[in-house]
Design a protein around this ligand. Structure first.
Ligand SMILES: Nc1ncnc2c1ncn2[C@@H]1O[C@H](COP(=O)(O)OP(=O)(O)OP(=O)(O)O)[C@@H](O)[C@H]1O
Length: 656
């Protein structure tokens, strides 16, 4: 007999307690500091069995949602990267954060974090003095001594406004401006009370050396993107020369963060999942946009932030693109798809927003950028960056290597127009430059019309200097090279695609998902529950035999084998703890379902099924229960539907 499902316990009954969650995650080995028995190393973490499975399940869903769902081209490129790649991409010069040093102890602090901590603490102190609850956002609450101390001191209203305005646009300040802020607001190292130095840039890449000679410097990649760009012509070829298309890659990235103190939110080695979507710069529409245009998102645009405010707008992505708030359809399409992915894995939609980068904050390559930020106990944290990188990367690598990273598209209507065409006197060039003549010709042929016009102008009164991609310079005389204006009929359009890049940090998403899933039951406040969705839960079903009685062994084996065959990850807990204890231990691991085998199972081939959040129990024939769990895990039915199939179990547990 079917009965209706009970109401789900309100998971927000108890305020979120980070300390309790941290203890659980450590005790159940979701993750732990790497090299712990050697004292650990800041910013490096190992994932244990539940953490690894959770990450694998998030990745599996990411692959389904993006790679399989959109037919993306998957890549796996190397981590170790020769230095010239990052010299060309601009990372050697610019992939850096600003740091300050304590003038007495030499302790190093990230300049923007220092300003944020100190001003944040002063605002919290002001709230305390005014009798309001302080909700301070510091990098790591566990290491309180490292954060600025909150002292209840009331500030002038004007000062409060000024601090709030600085904090709203903190990401927009460069090093010298952060230095000015430290002086203006008398910001000192909160650990020691000492002054700090002027900010200096610190490059975040780990440098290494390829091969034994030391002659070939390399870097551990700080993002996977360059591996996509360098393979662009192969990818284009694989896609039959057609745009648009996307490449996708999941892999490790390394950043030598200045002071990583925020658990998984800021680490030195992490897994990224990155998409590079290549589009025609003259047409950034997206065929899938109609399917997502009604998706509502919460946006915090750059104009609001530079005015020192943090007011958000709830708007459909269709409207945001129409009004020009989001630059183009493709960028908007991916913002909606990012949102849908995060919600699907269990991120709380009320704590998710997209924040647009302010002009100075944008990476050197980007023309527009929106971060998916998720609220957690440390404040709002960027978890996915979604940037329009324009043609920057493909252009610089093409220029540097001489390898064209372009699309050649057959024109429907040929275009007839005038163009500057380089013409060489190959004999004159060969006599002077012999084997180098070829590279000079290639370098000139790679110039665009604007550059050719400059060469032509120079050649009209003197030799011109031609630079080849490997850095050599050659003097080319008017006898060797002429630039002629000619009428040409073009049948091919050649262009460098633009790139829209969604870039996910999986560790940040995983940790915040754990925060959003954590709660405690009224009756067992000490033990937590992780309400992870079946889609991502490390273990889907727990098999609990009533006791270690031998009679249960064949049934346990049968049920395990059937779950295995159906592709459902099940674990047996045949410890001697009570059934209730075994279930609550697995609530902590986020296991959504449990089945119990008892004497009734041996006699009647029935089995009970328990749902984690409601603790509701159902009963049915073993094979029906297995079939129901398989469908629950696959997401084809929900718990209400399961309850229609299986009657409530209210019997007393059979006694051993
Ligand atoms: N040190 C880190 N630890 C963990 N994840 C990171 C780290 N740095 C970046 N990420 C993740 O990689 C994604 C893409 O990287 P991106 O370069 O856009 O980050 P970022 O702007 O440098 O981040 P932040 O400003 O927080 O340092 C981020 O959205 C984030 O999820």
């Amino acid at each position: 007999m079917a009965s209706s499902a009970p109401t789900v316990v309100n998971k927000n009954t108890h305020l979120f307690d980070k300390a309790r969650l941290d203890i659980l995650l450590n005790r159940r080995f979701f993750f732990a500091p790497a090299f712990e028995i050697y004292g650990g190393t800041a910013g490096l973490y190992d994932y244990g069995p539940p953490g690894s499975s959770l990450q694998a399940n998030i990745i599996a869903e990411w692959r389904r949602h993006f790679i399989v769902g959109e037919g993306m081209l998957e890549l796996d490129t190397t981590i170790m990267t020769p230095a010239p790649v990052f010299e060309t991409s601009g990372h050697v010069a610019r992939f850096a954060d600003w740091m300050v040093k304590d003038t007495k102890t030499g302790d190093v602090l990230r300049a923007d974090h220092l300003v944020s901590n100190v001003l944040g603490a002063r605002l919290a102190g002001d709230k305390e003095a005014r009798g309001l609850t302080a909700q301070r956002q510091i990098d790591d609450k566990k290491k309180k001594k490292k954060a600025a101390k909150v002292t209840a001191v009331q500030l002038d209203d004007g000062v409060v406004q000024e601090y709030e305005s600085v904090l709203a646009q903190l990401d927009n300040y460069d090093g010298p401006q952060l230095g000015e802020l430290c002086k203006k607001y008398a910001i000192k190292n909160p650990d020691t009370g000492n002054d700090v130095t002027e900010p200096v840039q610190f490059n975040l890449m780990f440098k290494s050396s390829i091969g034994p000679t030391g002659a070939y410097p390399g870097y551990l990649r700080p993002e996977t993107a360059q591996g996509h760009f360098l393979n662009f012509s192969r990818l284009l070829d694989f896609n039959n020369g057609k745009l648009p298309f996307a490449s996708a890659q999941i892999g490790r990235a390394f950043r030598n963060e200045i002071s990583p103190r925020a658990g998984l939110l800021r680490v030195r080695e992490f897994t990224m999942a990155e998409i590079e979507h290549y589009v025609d710069p003259e047409d950034k529409s997206h065929a899938g946009f109609v399917d997502v245009q009604d998706q509502e998102l919460v946006l915090l645009d750059r104009h609001v932030q530079v005015e020192g405010r943090i007011d958000v707008t709830r708007i459909t992505i269709g409207e945001a693109v129409r009004r020009g708030i989001v630059a183009n359809e493709t960028l908007g399409y991916f913002m909606a798809r990012i949102y849908q992915f995060l919600i699907k894995i269990g991120i709380d939609s009320n704590r998710l927003r997209f924040r647009q980068h302010m002009a100075n904050e944008m990476a050197h390559y980007a023309t527009d950028c929106w971060d998916a930020e998720i609220q957690n106990s440390s404040g709002w944290t960027e978890c996915v960056g979604c940037a329009d990188r324009a043609a920057y990367d493909l252009t610089v690598h093409s220029k540097k290597t001489g390898h064209p990273l372009v699309v050649r598209e057959a024109l429907k209507e040929p275009i007839v127009h005038e163009k500057d065409i380089p013409e060489f006197d190959k004999k004159a060039l060969g006599q002077t430059y012999r084997k180098d003549a070829g590279v000079i010709v290639k370098a000139v042929e790679a110039l665009n019309q604007e550059e050719l016009a400059t060469v032509k102008e120079t050649l009209s009164h003197r030799p011109v200097t031609i630079k080849t991609p490997d850095g050599q310079s050659f003097e080319v005389s008017p006898q060797m090279l002429k630039i002629e204006r000619k009428t040409v009929k073009e049948t091919i359009r050649e262009f460098t695609p633009n790139v829209i890049e969604p870039s996910f940090g999986l560790g940040r998403i995983l940790y915040i998902l754990l925060e959003h899933s954590f709660w405690s039951r009224e009756q067992d406040i000490e033990r937590g529950v992780l309400s992870l969705r079946p889609l991502v839960a490390p273990t889907k079903v727990l098999i609990v035999p009533l006791s270690s009685n031998e009679k249960f062994v064949p049934l346990v084996q049968e049920v395990s084998a059937k779950f295995r065959k159906a592709g459902v990850f099940a674990r047996v807990d045949d410890s001697t703890a009570t059934i209730g204890k075994r279930y609550s231990r697995n609530d902590e691991l986020g296991t959504p379902y449990g089945v119990t085998l008892d004497f009734a199972s041996v006699q009647n081939r029935t089995m009970t099924l328990r749902e984690r959040d409601t603790m509701d129990q159902r009963i049915g024939p073993i094979d029906d229960v297995i079939a129901t769990v398989v469908e629950l895990v696959q997401g084809t039915i929900d718990w209400n539907e399961a309850c229609q199939r299986l009657p409530a179990y209210d019997g007393v547990q059979a006694i051993d």
